[in-house]
Every structure is written in structure tokens, then in C-alpha cells.
Design a protein around this ligand. Structure first.
Ligand code: PMP
Length: 393
């Protein structure tokens, strides 16, 4: 049997990429997280942030966070269940339930923990959890943790979903899907999923990490986008994207929230999110409601970039949202492209296996409403240069 030291020493891939000067991870941003960031002392156009509405450096959001520190202190020395519930947590849950149009909501310390805590609590021993193959890692890990059995269906493939569900007829099945898929940027076929679920008596939970603040009425997510909010059991969200903070939540019925408050281990056995982060969310929701033009602008910029990329013959898959993938083939292409783009002043993220199939490596572009058409023209010029050099256009 190998020792831990031997096992970790066998992991050489990252060191090999580092030695080639192509390592694209843990890149440091020095200072503000706006549309132009500083990296290694150089200005770089940020085309890879999930700060969709540009609120992480909004003066009102920052002021709300600072005020909460003055009022409550910096951290929470306990979980929501015991000594870690501050009045600002309760206020945030009321704001989120009102925003999402649900009876109640429950705040977790990250979106990852929300998925873990909700899914593992709701999926009992005799239940099945049905997930899309492209679901986020936190859903996959939550399914591993849950007592029920996990069944995967092919990405957004309704025939496969129905095949899997029909084989489980009579069992309790809970379908958990990304509303907007985090790597590919396509939207789940939620109306069809809900129809199939109804036919087989299954329940549906949507992880709207990339949909909140982006699609649906006022940015309330995928179910709202399709006008079928009443057909799902609940929506899970994160604070780490459009909501400009750190944390996660579920919006659902009062009964589900009541159950989770007493059964969800990620909630009960982990400290609650710090007051500054929660205050930022409350302010971010207020701004999203007050300034719907931010979402309109995000969509305008998305359409602008998508058209430009298509015209330049990039393969951008089925994306319908501000997450736009550029398929580049093998993983070395993704690493090389990222580092070449950074040298040219553009930040994008590489996505390789296992997040996507091995031959489907991609550059993941994600947009902020605070970018401009000039920014996107600049990015396009650099993308075309790199795409031609590496041969993916
Ligand atoms: N779900 C999805 C679809 C995500 O993309 C992410 C974050 N990348 C999460 C959940 C986890 O959210 P958080 O960053 O708040 O842990």
C-alpha cells in the first residue's frame, strides 16, 4: 500500500504545466475586482468573473458591509442553530424569500454547503437522486453524501431522463439540476423536466447559482424564466456570483425550511456566514430590484459578444447566458490560450476534464454588466489572435 507521501508525490501534472510556464490557476488579483483588474502590476480586462452585475465593488454594497461589521463584529462564533443567528441573518432570509417569491428561505455559509446540506437532508435512504451529468461538483458531492442512490442522465437529454425515471417507477425520486450550467452556460430544459417529473411523481430542485441576478423576472432564476415557479420544490442559490458576497441559500416552502433547520448538518454543525457578507447580499438584492437595467445591460453585452464570437467562427456551443464557452479541444490548448490571453491583457478561465469531457476543454468567458462594448471589442481582437495562433478558429 502506498503512503500518503508517495501518493502525493505521484501527482506531477500541475508541476509539469508550471515548469512550462502555462499554469493558469491561483492567479492573484491585486486590489479591486472590477472590469479591469491588476495582476503582476499589469492591467488586465476581467472576462472570467461571476460578479455578473458588477456589485462586488459597488459603493452602497461596500458601505452596507462596513456598517454591519461596526454593528455586529467580524464573524459568527457559532452555527445558526445555536449562538450564530444574528438579526441580520433573519432579515436576509426574509429579503430572499420575498425576492424569490417563496414562503421562506434559509441561509448557509456557501453555495457548496447549501447543496450539501439541502440534498443530503432531503434525500432519504429509500429515495433516488437524479442528476444531470453536467451538474456542478457540489451537487455531485452532495449526492455522494446523501443516503439515497444516485442516477445520472446525459446532459439536458430528456429522453434519457425519462428512461431513467420510468425504470424507477414507484420510488421517491428527486431531480437536482443546475438552472444555468456552470461550464457550458446553457439553460436546463426545466419545463420538460417538470413535466416528466410530474408524470413519474418526482420532485425537482434547481441550483440557480448562475441564474439568480441573471435570468427570470428581476433575476429570480430559471423557474421564473420559464414561468413555472410553482412546479419546483425549491431553488438553491449562492451569494458568490451576482449577489456580491459569500454564502448560499435555499428558497422554498415554510415546511421544507423548517425541516432543514432541524436536519441539515451543513447548517447545524458549521458557523453561520459573517454579518458583512450577509449585509452585502441584502443591499445587492435592493439594487437588483431598483436597477433592472443592470440585467438588461448584461444580456445586451452577452448578445453582442456571442454574435462577435460566432462571426469569427469560434465554437461556442449552446450557451444562452453570460457564461460563454469557447471550445478549444485538448487541455494544453486551454492552458496555452489562457496564458497567451493574459499576456495580451485579457483574463479568461480554462476548463478541463473532469469538469468537461477530456476532448472538450474550453475557455470559459463570463461577463459583467459593467463591461463596455469597447472592452468586448478588445477581448475579441485578442481572442482572434490567440485562436488563430493555436488553430481553434
Ligand atoms: N452551484 C453551482 C452551479 C456553482 O457554479 C457554484 C460555484 N461555482 C456553487 C454551486 C457553489 O457556490 P459557492 O461558491 O457559493 O460555494
Amino acid at each position: 500500500m502506498k503512503s500518503v507521501a508517495e501518493r502525493v508525490a505521484e501527482f506531477t501534472e500541475a508541476r509539469r504545466v508550471m515548469a512550462m510556464g502555462l499554469y493558469p490557476y491561483f492567479r492573484e488579483i491585486e486590489g479591486e475586482q472590477g472590469t479591469i483588474v491588476t495582476m503582476n502590476g499589469k492591467s488586465v480586462l476581467m472576462m472570467g468573473s461571476n460578479n455578473y452585475l458588477g456589485l462586488t465593488d459597488h459603493p452602497e454594497v461596500k458601505a452596507a458591509a462596513q456598517k454591519a461589521i461596526d454593528q455586529y463584529g467580524t464573524g459568527c462564533a457559532g452555527s445558526r442553530f445555536l449562538n450564530g443567528t444574528l438579526s441580520i441573518h433573519t432579515e436576509c432570509e426574509e429579503v430572499l424569500a420575498d425576492f424569490m417569491g417563496t414562503e421562506a428561505s434559509l441561509v448557509y455559509s456557501t453555495g457548496f454547503m447549501a447543496n450539501q446540506g439541502v440534498i443530503s437532508a432531503l434525500v432519504g435512504r429509500d429515495s433516488y437522486i437524479i442528476i444531470d451529468k453536467a451538474d456542478h461538483a457540489s451537487i455531485i458531492d452532495a449526492a455522494r453524501l446523501a443516503y439515497g442512490k444516485t442516477i445520472k442522465y446525459a446532459h439536458n437529454d430528456m429522453e434519457d431522463l425519462e428512461k431513467k425515471l420510468s425504470a424507477l417507477s414507484g420510488k421517491l425520486c428527486i431531480i437536482v439540476i443546475d438552472g444555468v450550467f456552470s461550464m457550458e452556460g446553457d439553460i436546463a430544459k426545466l419545463p420538460e423536466i417538470c413535466d416528466i417529473a410530474e408524470k413519474y411523481n418526482a420532485e425537482v430542485i434547481v441550483d440557480d447559482a448562475h441564474a439568480i441576478g441573471v435570468i427570470g423576472e428581476n433575476g429570480t432564476g430559471t423557474a421564473s424564466h420559464f414561468g413555472i415557479g410553482d412546479k419546483i420544490l425549491g431553488t438553491i442559490g449562492t451569494f458568490s456570483k451576482a449577489l456580491a458576497s459569500i454564502g448560499g441559500f435555499i428558497a422554498s416552502s415554510e415546511n421544507i425550511i423548517h425541516f432543514l433547520r432541524h436536519h441539515s448538518r451543513a447548517l447545524i454543525f458549521s458557523a453561520s456566514p459573517p454579518p458583512a457578507g450577509v449585509a452585502a447580499v441584502i443591499k445587492a438584492v435592493e439594487i437588483i430590484k431598483r436597477e433592472p437595467e443592470r440585467i438588461e445591460r448584461l444580456m445586451e453585452l452577452t448578445a453582442y459578444l456571442r454574435n462577435a464570437l460566432k462571426q469569427a467562427n469560434f465554437n461556442i456551443g449552446q450557451s444562452e447566458t453570460p457564461i460563454i464557452p469557447i471550445y478549444v479541444g485538448e487541455e494544453m490548448n486551454a492552458f496555452k490560450a489562457c496564458m497567451m490571453l493574459q499576456a495580451e491583457g485579457v483574463f479568461v478561465n480554462p476548463v478541463i476534464s473532469p469538469a468537461v469531457p477530456p476532448d472538450k476543454s474550453l475557455l470559459r468567458l463570463s461577463l459583467m454588466s459593467t463591461l463596455t462594448e469597447e472592452n468586448l471589442d478588445f477581448a475579441m481582437e485578442k481572442l482572434i489572435k490567440v485562436g488563430k495562433t493555436l488553430g481553434f478558429i
